[in-house]
Design a binder for this molecule. Structure first.
Ligand SMILES: [Zn+2]
Length: 262
């Protein structure tokens, strides 16, 4: 059917910073993730600097089919308005879908009203929901434990599955819902820091050990993770678990074909 599908499904990391200090000082970039799956382009969590990071990498917003927010926090949503404007070329080419949790449109909506009219539609994410964008489907299986209404995502493409575990305090529901060939985990802390509702490196070890994906990517680093050299921690975790664990780098492009055949 889709004969002109470009080869190579990729995920580009437009930033790897998590939480306030890393983002406010731009010690690492914070632009979210840009998917290109069989030519369908999707942007997830356009944090501060997304427009700068994406244009710098020659990613073209007008090619986006959808933008998805895991939750409304600023490090995931700050550039949403400009990315909608860029996707629709200032409203001259209305198109594209926006997927957001309900509270992102509440009393302080993350999107300006005049931009809503440029979109093909806005879909509210719900626990247990399944959605489609072209021939890609994704689900938001479980609500996370986080200050804002937050969902991770499980993607199914023609060739692969991958999941994105967005901001959350650890709970066993994460294990039950995100099994995939590739796991992307937002790991803010090097050590657990309860009751702050973020995952820590020991949580990553537990999740990866239990789910045993073909590969795991750690991202969204807070200051403690950054100081602890995430690339070294990832290497240690690879040796310990036998799972290929990668610390994302700003601008890193991960090719899903490296996961082998499904
Ligand atoms: Zn958050």
């Amino acid at each position: 059917m889709d004969d002109e599908r470009p080869s190579g499904d990729t995920i580009t990391f437009l930033g790897t910073a998590g939480a306030r200090i890393m983002v406010a000082n731009q010690i690492l970039a914070s632009g979210g993730m840009w998917l290109n799956i069989g030519g369908t382009e999707i942007l997830i969590d356009p944090g501060p600097g997304c427009i700068v990071q994406s244009t710098k990498r020659k990613l073209r917003a007008e090619k986006l089919s959808a933008i998805i927010l895991s939750h409304r926090h600023l490090d995931h949503s700050a550039d949403l308005n400009i990315m909608v404007e860029a996707m629709t070329q200032g409203g001259f080419r209305p198109h594209g879908q926006l997927f957001v949790p309900a509270d992102a449109l509440g009393t302080e909506p993350v999107i300006f009203s005049y931009l809503k009219g440029y979109l093909e539609g806005i879909t509210i994410l719900n626990e247990g929901g399944t959605y489609s964008i072209d021939n890609i489907s994704f689900s938001t299986p479980i609500r996370h434990i986080h200050a804002a209404e937050t969902y991770g995502m499980l993607f199914k493409t023609a060739n692969h599955t991958f999941s994105y575990i967005a901001d959350s305090l650890y709970f066993d529901g994460l294990l039950r819902n995100y099994s995939a060939e590739l796991l992307i985990l937002n790991i803010v802390f090097a050590e657990p820091r309860p009751p702050v509702d973020h995952l820590s490196f020991p949580d990553a070890e537990h999740i990866i050990t239990e789910l045993r994906p073909k590969a795991a990517i750690l991202t969204h680093f807070g200051t403690s993770m950054w100081r602890a050299k995430p690339w070294e921690m990832a290497e240690g975790l690879s040796e310990k678990t036998g799972v290929k664990v990668i610390a994302a780098r700003d601008g890193m492009k991960f090719d899903l074909s490296t996961l082998g055949n499904a």
